[in-house]
Design a protein around this ligand. Structure first.
Ligand SMILES: [Ca+2]
Ligand SMILES: [Ca+2]
Ligand SMILES: [Ca+2]
Length: 151
């Protein structure tokens, strides 16, 4: 399936009534089920709801997608489906927090050990560990993902 088809499928899944329009409530329900928070919902609304009426029509959705570079579209698909999965993959002991050690281990398992080392992990924690408890919770993880998307 192409990225475009994937994104259209996502629209149809969110648009439960098949009306060709996603309401803020439908979007919220869909994203909350996937463990996303309100910040994320608002971000999506800002991105797609071009006339600011609180609904995303299929037309708005497609127009916005057409303006986004291809790589970024793929990132959106990735976000829809994979973020929670990725978090859980890194959080080895499943306690809801990522430690430096868990992150380092995950980097090595993904075969990225030559690209990212302990110094990068330190930097990531310095930027992302907003409550300074030495661990990354899912909210902090999502915020970091959102930020890296904006760059
Ligand atoms: Ca709209
Ligand atoms: Ca953990
Ligand atoms: Ca933290």
């Amino acid at each position: 399936m192409t990225t475009e088809e994937e994104l259209l499928k996502a629209f149809r899944m969110i648009d439960k009534k098949g009306a060709g329009v996603i309401t803020a409530d439908e979007l919220r329900e869909y994203l909350y089920k996937r463990q996303h928070n309100e910040l994320f919902v608002q971000k999506y609304l800002r991105l797609f709801d071009r006339n600011r009426d609180g609904k995303i029509t299929l037309d708005e959705y497609q127009k916005t997608l057409n303006e986004i570079p291809r790589a970024q579209r793929q990132a959106i698909v990735f976000r829809y489906s994979q973020w929670r999965h990725l978090f859980e993959k890194i959080d080895k002991d499943g306690n809801g927090f990522i430690t430096k050690q868990e992150l380092l281990q995950a980097i090595q398992e993904m075969g990225a050990g030559s690209m990212f080392g302990a110094a990068d992990v330190d930097k990531f924690f310095a930027n992302s560990d907003k409550d300074y408890d030495g661990r990354i919770n899912y909210r902090e993880f999502l915020e970091w993902m959102n930020q890296s998307q904006d760059e």
